[in-house]
Design a protein around this ligand. Structure first.
Ligand code: MLT
Length: 261
């Protein structure tokens, strides 16, 4: 399905009935990252999975920064357009940064948060420099080098080969301008630590024991900050825990929903 506002089109899946679950993909992916959640969870919940601006089949960006707040504003408008007042908002990695931005701006629209393989702290100065250098390089030579660098770090050591292939091809089909915008936007993201400390909604934090991009220690740090949170570290899962160990991930979400719904 497609939603258009102020010239920006967001392509999304909206499947199932029940308490809405908005799923926000990571970088540099698209909504097909959630295919096993859409299949496994839409029988019980209404799952809304958008392509972020610049990714998948959503509108092109111009390569300049799209901030986490801007992505969140797109998603809030999308929820308005499909008459959803409150949803469980879940994001993985960059999707988690956006879920936090969403909660910071639209707390009254959030029934619960799922923060998977993500962190509340901003990039270090070195991290920012590297994001901006990568954005420039993508502009000059395309996304190939980034895919080569990141693909091997996305999954745990015993991930299924077909998932590895799907992850790489999802990364390869993303457009350079959208990738550049996200890199520049992530470099600008603020510290959300204080937001978490005062969060009032139920929060599920998920990590993978083999996540080398955002290690479980970051999830443990978030968990320690939030009184109303549950932490699950999925054994043998890598960074994309929802794909790598889909059944375990879906089970954890179902358990969390009992607390939220
Ligand atoms: C992601 O998977 O969304 C990225 O690894 C996040 C990041 O680069 O910080």
């Amino acid at each position: 399905m497609r939603y258009t506002r102020q010239g920006i089109s967001i392509e999304y899946d909206d499947i199932g009935n029940g308490v809405p679950l908005l799923l926000i993909h990571g970088f540099p992916f698209d909504r097909t990252l959630w295919r096993t959640q859409i299949a496994g969870l839409s029988q019980i919940y209404r799952v809304i999975a958008p392509d972020l601006r610049g990714f998948g089949q959503s509108s092109e960006t111009d390569g300049e920064a799209v901030t986490m707040d801007q992505y969140a504003a797109d998603l809030k408008s999308l929820l308005d357009s499909v008459n959803i007042t409150r949803a469980v908002v879940g994001g993985i990695s960059m999707g988690g940064y956006i879920a936090l931005a969403f909660y910071a701006q639209y707390a009254d629209r959030v029934k619960g948060l799922i923060l998977a393989n993500t962190r509340a702290v901003p990039d270090s100065e070195e991290g920012k420099r590297s994001r901006l250098a990568n954005a420039q390089k993508v502009g000059e030579s395309g996304t190939g080098f980034l895919v080569d660098d990141m693909a091997a770090k996305m999954l745990g050591s015993n991930a299924k080969p077909e998932i590895e292939i799907a992850v790489r091809s999802m990364m390869m089909r993303q457009r350079p301008a959208g990738v550049m915008s996200a890199l520049r936007g992530m470099a600008q993201r603020p510290d959300r630590t204080a937001l978490l400390r005062f969060a009032t909604v139920p929060i599920l934090i998920v990590s993978g024991s083999q996540d080398v991009l955002i290690p479980s220690s970051d999830s443990e740090t978030m968990h320690a900050l939030i009184p109303n949170s549950r932490l699950v570290i999925i054994p043998d899962a890598g960074h994309l825990s929802n794909l790598d160990k889909a059944d375990a991930f879906n089970h954890v979400v179902r358990e969390f929903y009992k607390q939220v719904a």
